[in-house]
Design a protein around this ligand. Structure first.
Ligand code: BG6
Length: 289
């Protein structure tokens, strides 16, 4: 059976190649692993909690309905933890859509009492994970507002890509873009003509990003990332030495050399979803192995 499940995970295996698969933890609907012909494409910390006690450190955690820490300027989401509750909640496995596709759902009934009190809205999230080919993964998210009042939200697909050595990596497609630098003195900056490279802590929000970007290593493309129009922004993050040391669930401590987060989302500002409406986003990742 290409889609199999146990009490905590769902695995989709390519019907033609048993070494190609994607594994999703029901907690957070977090994609934990994506193997293409046996080769892992995502980075997952060896110290990740997979027991539902903490958001997963690696794979593809889902950020909703707020990005980043509360700043005290948005009462509707200011009581929520960093990055909201989607990655910290037990999603329902809704079943397989076809032999390559699994679907997960989250609504107020799945939130624990504290989170429900912190964000008291009627909502429904449907997350679809698909092995979209021998070397392609697609995830898509529907955000539905079945209530009678609008709500504000951010979404982010916090993808941890596995790379051979991050200092050899460049992220292409961001020339001349404005970004918010969250490191050091920070502030608004501009990318200029060079690709993004990582030689220190990087934590940036690029706004209004092109819909296709590539992650390359020494001139070879590792991933082509294609986002829907609705995913307006891209966060690029690597914690580097000190931040990795400070995260109890980040192992090995020098593992930041093997990862880069390129996170497609809607985070530079809040999006407003009117009552009765639906918003959708999708991310297609092609691995070049
Ligand atoms: C990124 C943020 O999206 O997530 C960073 O831009 C943050 O500021 C990182 O450090 C990891 O967040 P967390 O909550 O998983 O430690």
């Amino acid at each position: 059976m290409p889609v199999t499940s146990d009490s905590t995970t769902v695995t989709i295996t390519d019907a033609k190649n048993p070494n190609t698969s994607v594994k999703i933890l029901n907690y957070g609907a977090t994609v934990l692993s994506w193997k293409v012909d046996g080769k892992e494409q995502l980075w997952l910390s060896e110290a990740s909690k997979l027991d539902g006690s903490k958001a997963v450190r690696g794979g593809i955690p889902l950020v909703f309905p707020r990005f980043g820490p509360a700043k005290g300027n948005h009462p509707d989401t200011d009581k929520l933890p960093q990055h909201g509750f989607a990655r910290n909640s037990h999603w329902e496995f809704l079943g397989q859509v076809d032999e390559a596709t699994a679907q997960f759902g989250l609504g107020p009934e799945n939130l624990d009492a504290d989170l429900k009190a912190a964000w008291d809205h009627d909502f429904s999230l449907i997350y679809t994970v698909k092995l979209a080919g021998p070397d392609a993964l697609q995830v898509s998210l529907d955000v539905v507002n079945p209530g009678t009042a609008p709500f504000d939200f951010n979404v982010l697909l916090h993808t941890y890509y596995r790379v051979p050595e991050v200092t050899d990596v460049s992220v292409q497609g961001f020339n001349d873009l404005a970004f918010v630098d969250k490191v050091g003195a920070g502030g608004e900056k501009k990318q200029g003509q060079s690709p993004i490279t990582i030689n220190e802590e990087v934590d940036r929000i690029y706004k209004d990003t092109p819909k296709t970007a590539t992650i390359e290593s020494k001139g070879k493309t590792l991933f082509t990332v294609t986002a829907s129009e609705s995913l307006k922004d891209t966060v690029v993050w690597n914690p580097w030495t000190e931040k990795a040391r400070g995260m109890s669930d980040f192992e090995p401590k020098d593992g930041f050399h093997q990862m880069i987060c390129v996170e497609n989302g809607y985070v530079a500002q809040f999006n407003k979803l009117p009552a009765g409406e639906k918003w959708n986003c999708a991310l297609d990742i092609k691995a070049h192995i």
